[in-house]
Design a protein around this ligand. Structure first.
Ligand SMILES: Cc1cc2nc3c(=O)[nH]c(=O)nc-3n(C[C@H](O)[C@H](O)[C@H](O)COP(=O)(O)OP(=O)(O)OC[C@H]3O[C@@H](n4cnc5c(N)ncnc54)[C@H](O)[C@@H]3O)c2cc1C
Length: 401
């Protein structure tokens, strides 16, 4: 009977895990003996890093052709149950039926979701740019603002969370609001509990971020938390109340709830602590990858962050290793010592940094060119050419040289 490598998720990690697994199976000449099956709600990679943008075009490219040309089978549904003792999962298919799937190797690549802090009103009154549906809902709301009476609340957006997603959303917003409302007085506020908005990027980058916020006309509110949100206002922990019809929540990500079904240790974000080969150490036959795993990236004490930069490499290594174990190929340890960030900062441009200390390398309009290249080329699935896909799916392939 054919053996099965089952992959949950078709994001950056799941896509590359599937192609890398199929590549290794083909390399070993075992395509007749091993199936690679991907389960996900839709055969798309959602380009989550771009969901803060105003124009939501081509944000979920179809990968059916890439899966077909490499021989990956696709099942439309969501994994609901993982039985690691008996090596089987249950999936809810898109037509509502339940399906049981046995596996020889399972790769969990179900990603992450935007966490909603336990603050009154967030769940009911905030928007997000975490999912395509969330971003579309925000866009519809923003377009509707022009039909509402001119008030301070209508013209104000509060972004909660000064991490990368919050900063990109906030700095994009003044021009986006003006494009919708005309040349009105628009107000964008970004709130963070750290001593300075953007402090998490380190002192050098943070100084650049302050300048960009100022030039974009975004008001930082540091050292405060949001204590309540309602349909027209946001209340801060220092007592300030900001009239705002639009609140965007970007307060951090949590790993897929499926991680709770994998035995073993997890970090504060719910990520499973993986070993160097991306095994879930306490669940034989299970690999964890992308935003569902925490693992060292180097020997200097650094760990992957929830990013597509890491997810693409983690996916390749997990998929390859799942196939290597079934085919007798040598296992490939995960290593990704190079780390860069490219932060879009609206009309000011973008900030490109290198290294974990985030050394500032490129800023402004030059940085924006790099960001556009990353956002329109680097992170998209390549076209459906088997050899080209297999070349990039090599776990030795370096994304950021
Ligand atoms: C606004 C925003 C900006 C970002 N900017 C950057 C950036 O500039 N640079 C960067 O590197 N990263 C950025 N990120 C982070 C990056 O998008 C994620 O880290 C990356 O998407 C993780 O890839 P993944 O494949 O692990 O998970 P995901 O991309 O989340 O994919 C998960 C997949 O699993 C599927 N799935 C979920 N549940 C199930 C289930 N139960 N069964 C089966 N399938 C399931 C989903 O449908 C999806 O296909 C940003 C994220 C956001 C939201």
């Amino acid at each position: 009977m054919k053996k099965t490598i089952l992959i949950a998720g078709s994001g950056f990690a799941g896509f590359w895990a599937a192609i890398a697994a199929m590549r290794a199976v083909s390399l070993a000449g075992k395509a007749d003996e091993i199936s690679v099956i991907m389960v996900s709600p839709a055969p798309n990679v959602t380009i989550r890093p771009r969901l803060y943008e105003a124009v939501l075009e081509n944000m979920a490219p179809d990968i059916s052709a890439q899966l077909a040309v490499t021989g990956v089978q696709y099942v439309a549904g969501r994994v609901e149950g993982i039985d690691t003792d008996n090596k089987r999962v249950t999936a809810r298919l898109n037509d509502g039926q339940e399906m049981a799937l046995a596996y020889d190797r399972f790769v969990l690549a179900a990603g992450s979701y935007g966490a909603i802090p336990p603050v009154s009103g967030f769940a009911e009154h905030s928007f997000n740019v975490d999912t395509l549906e969330g971003a579309q809902c925000l866009e519809t709301h923003l377009l509707d603002l022009k039909h509402k009476p001119h008030t301070a609340a209508r013209n104000t957006v509060v972004v909660v969370g000064g991490g990368l997603t919050g900063l990109e959303s906030a700095t994009e917003m003044p021009q986006r609001l003006r494009a919708i409302l005309g040349n009105e007085d628009v107000r964008v506020v970004i709130v963070d509990s750290a001593a300075e908005v953007g402090a998490g990027m380190g002192a050098e980058a943070s100084a650049v971020i302050q300048q960009a916020l100022q030039e974009c006309g975004v008001e930082p509110r540091a050292s405060v938390r949001v204590t309540a949100v309602d349909a027209g206002s946001v209340t801060l922990s220092d007592g300030e109340q900001i009239a705002a019809d639009t609140v965007i929540l970007a307060a951090g990500m949590r790993a897929s709830p499926l991680t709770e079904q994998i035995p073993g240790e997890r970090d504060n974000s719910g990520r499973v602590l993986g070993d160097a080969y991306l095994h879930a150490p306490a669940a034989p036959g299970v690999f964890v990858t992308g935003d569902t795993v925490k693992v060292p990236t180097d020997n200097a004490g650094n760990y992957n962050v929830m990013s597509c930069q890491h997810a693409m490499s983690l996916g390749r290594v997990a998929g390859y290793n799942a196939a290597a174990e079934l085919t007798g190929l040598p296992l490939h340890p995960y290593s990704q010592p190079k780390y860069v960030t490219c932060l879009d900062l609206g009309t000011w441009g973008a900030l490109f940094t290198e290294g974990w200390e985030r050394k500032v390398l490129v800023t402004g309009a030059e940085g924006k060119k790099i960001k556009q290249e990353i956002n329109t080329l680097w992170i998209y699935p390549p076209k459906a050419d088997r050899d080209a896909l297999f070349a990039i799916a090599n776990p030795d392939f370096v994304i950021v040289p």
